[in-house]
Every structure is written in structure tokens, then in C-alpha cells.
Design a protein around this ligand. Structure first.
Ligand code: FMN
Length: 385
């Protein structure tokens, strides 16, 4: 099983020396060790695509200023936005890519700036599958150059089955086993580039928001009957599990792997969470994953995230899902979630204090408030040293 630090706030607090135990920081500001990484607090900037890539789907000036504005606040973790592992998986022409070495070298500029501020960063790796715009670049996905010379070579998009996202979308090609192996290798090579060239501290594999891995996972989009098919949870998860395995092979033992996971598709009322927990069990059984970031929805145009269906507007909708997972997995892995967590910082602090989540991922709040970390500290009467 994984060697991650998985202690909850409460259990860490119990281990403090008596002299420091008297005035621990609020739970949200309690540090957390994840493998070799030291997170200063439990606040994480959630991954947010800016669709502002420069030529060759590389980092541009906007990214530098955006990530610098995050790291200057010293959140515990900064997620670098979704970076596409293969040109065929791009959601947008201006999505960042990490399918070649030049892209990874540019990413290092951001990572260096984040590290100068003493922060930890993780890059999100993704593939749009049937949601992609299609097309490629003249650079291949194995690390060669030509990234700055994009030329669309085709408009093929890939998916587990030939089902379009909506009636305006192209019908995707059902992936062959060769296509699947190529995608596994693209994730693994992208992770290796991110760790060895860009020097990121961790990698997150995205299996949510209706992207390719989520499409394999969901019964709504996977009608295959091979080993990656719809016949069992194991076969629907196989692509994700194979990718975890190959990513670990390529990045070595230390860097943590996170998974952003869709808990449910919300296509009918009170969708059961049993499958979600079974998927989490399979992920944890790999012994390679340090944190699961819980989200939901977006597999089809009607598939709303749970927080938009939440009947109690005072509870961020992914908190109940994440806390069910946290209870179920019994500290075998860290759990985080996103979705309006910044609506009430006192409650957010309680969720962590009570062990409902370990890490709070916040998206919009970090874009809207340049001083979010300090504002949260002030509301909790905590002075950041
Ligand atoms: C502008 C924007 C871009 C986003 N891009 C991504 C992304 O690249 N990958 C991802 O997994 N989620 C993405 N998200 C979702 C956020 O990571 C987060 O899960 C969601 O916004 C809910 O958190 P919030 O209510 O604190 O914003 C994006 C959200 C926003 C607002």
C-alpha cells in the first residue's frame, strides 16, 4: 500500500508536543506532508484552464503572471491547469500541451517561479476524447520538436465508443487497442516530461469533466466489449489504472500521483455512490495514488455537477461526496474536493477539522480575490507567520 502521509488534521493534532498543542493553527492552515512534499496549509488552487497558450500550445506571459499571483499568496498547493497529453485530445486550440519537450521546458519557467515562493505545484494531465476539437500538430507526441509550427493534419477525435457529445459535435472514432496504448504512453511520457524537465512536484491524472478517461469510466459513453469495455467497473476503470501504472513507471517512486475523479454523472435523481466507492477502491489498491480530488458531472450536456443540484445551498455540494469517500477509504489516501468551498471559510475550516476532507481546492475564488489566503486567515483569526 502507498507510503503517503494520510493523517487527518485531528490525528496530526493529537501527535503534537504539549507545548505546541495549546495553540495549533486552524485546521485549514495546518501543514500536510504528502510523500516527500510539505504543503504549508490545506488550501489548494484548483486547476483552471486559461485557454491562452502561445504558439505551439506553450506557456505564455499570461500564465506567468497568473501563477505568480497564486504563489505570492502561499497556498499549500498550486494545481497547474489541465495540459493536454496528445494533440488529438485538445479541447481548444489555445489549450496548453505537454506532448513535447519544448512545452515542458516552457512549463519549467512557471514551476521555478512557484518554487521561488516556497510553494508546491502539481500539473494536471488530460485528454479531451470526444470533447476535443480534433486535429494535430506537426510535432509528434514523443518529445520531438516542431511545437512552434502547428499544422492541423486531421480532425479525427477519439473516444471509447462512437457517440458524439452533443448534436453539434463530431462523431468520434472508436479507439482501437493501438489507440488506447498510444494514449497510455502519452500520459506516461507527459508525466515524465513534467517531472524531469519541468520539475513539477506531483502529477494529477484527470478523470472527470467528461474527458477521455471519464468517458471510459462512465456507462453513458462506454459501449465497448473488450477489456476496456462496459461489462464491469474493473474494465471501465482499466484505462485509468493502466495509466497510473505507466505514469508511476516513468516518474519513479517519489512524486505523488493525484486523481481528479468524477463521483457521479448526475443523470438521474439520487444517483448511487456505490460505483464511485468501488472505483476509489480500485484506485487505492494500486498503492500509487496519494490524493483523490472529488468532483462530479459534465459527462453529457445534461450532466450537472452535484453542487448545482444541491438542495442545501449552505453546503458545498461536493463536500458530502468527498466525506463519504473519506469515511469509506479510512485514511488510505488523502481526499480533497472543489466546488464553492470558499462560500464560508469558518465552515470550510470545520470540514477539515472534522476530517471530512484533507485538502480544499478552490478555483474561482483564487481568480477573483488576489488576497484569498490572507483573507481566510483573517476570518479565522489566524496570523500567517
Ligand atoms: C476558468 C476555469 C477553468 C477551469 N479549468 C479546469 C481544468 O483545466 N481542469 C479541471 O479539472 N477543472 C477545471 N475547472 C474546474 C475547477 O478546477 C473547479 O473544480 C471548479 O471551478 C469548482 O471550484 P470553484 O467553485 O472553487 O471554482 C475550471 C474552472 C474554472 C472556473
Amino acid at each position: 500500500m502507498t507510503s503517503n502521509s494520510t493523517a487527518t488534521y485531528t490525528s496530526i493534532d493529537a501527535k503534537l508536543e504539549p507545548s505546541t498543542a495549546r495553540s495549533p493553527p486552524p485546521a485549514l492552515f495546518y501543514p500536510l506532508d504528502v510523500n516527500n512534499l510539505h504543503l504549508l496549509n490545506r488550501l489548494a488552487v484548483s486547476s483552471m484552464c486559461s485557454y491562452a497558450a502561445g504558439p505551439g500550445n506553450q506557456i505564455a506571459n499570461l500564465h506567468l503572471s497568473r501563477y505568480k499571483s497564486f504563489s505570492a499568496q502561499h497556498p499549500g498547493l498550486i494545481m497547474i491547469e489541465g495540459m493536454c497529453v496528445d494533440p488529438k485530445g485538445k479541447l481548444d486550440d489555445k489549450e496548453l500541451g505537454i506532448w513535447n519537450d519544448e512545452q515542458a521546458e516552457k512549463l519549467k519557467m512557471i514551476v521555478d517561479e512557484i518554487h521561488k515562493d516556497g510553494c508546491v505545484c502539481c500539473v494536471q494531465l488530460s485528454h479531451g476524447g470526444r470533447k476535443a476539437i480534433g486535429g494535430g500538430t506537426s510535432g509528434d507526441s514523443n518529445g520531438s520538436s516542431a511545437a512552434s509550427n502547428d499544422v492541423d493534419v486531421d480532425v479525427e477525435i477519439l473516444a471509447p465508443s462512437e457517440i458524439a457529445y452533443d448534436n453539434r459535435s463530431k462523431i468520434p472514432k472508436e479507439m482501437t487497442l493501438a489507440d488506447i496504448n498510444h494514449v497510455i504512453s502519452s500520459f506516461a511520457q507527459a508525466a515524465k516530461r513534467a517531472v524531469t524537465i519541468s520539475q513539477v512536484d506531483a502529477v494529477e491524472i484527470s478523470c472527470c469533466n467528461g474527458n477521455l478517461l471519464h468517458q471510459f469510466m462512465s456507462k453513458t459513453t462506454n459501449f465497448r466489449h473488450d477489456e476496456y469495455g462496459c461489462q464491469s467497473i474493473e474494465s471501465r476503470c482499466k484505462l485509468l489504472l493502466d495509466i497510473i501504472d505507466q505514469v508511476r513507471n516513468q516518474i519513479g517512486a517519489q512524486p505523488p500521483i493525484f486523481i481528479k475523479l468524477s463521483a457521479c454523472d448526475n443523470l438521474f435523481k439520487d444517483e448511487s455512490l456505490d460505483e464511485f466507492l468501488a472505483v476509489a477502491d480500485l484506485i487505492i489498491a494500486t498503492g500509487q495514488v496519494s490524493l483523490i480530488h472529488v468532483t462530479s458531472g459534465k459527462i453529457t450536456p445534461n450532466s450537472k455537477p452535484r453542487y448545482s443540484l444541491n438542495s442545501n445551498p449552505n453546503i458545498p455540494g461536493h463536500i458530502p461526496l468527498a466525506s463519504v469517500l473519506k469515511k469509506h477509504i479510512n485514511d488510505q489516501c488523502l481526499v480533497g474536493c472543489s466546488g464553492a468551498l470558499d462560500m464560508d471559510v469558518v465552515k470550510l475550516n470545520k470540514y477539515i477539522e472534522e476530517g471530512m476532507i484533507d485538502v480544499a481546492f478552490i478555483g474561482q475564488g483564487f481568480l477573483e480575490m488576489p488576497d484569498l489566503v490572507n483573507q481566510f486567515a483573517a476570518k479565522l483569526n489566524y496570523k500567517i507567520k
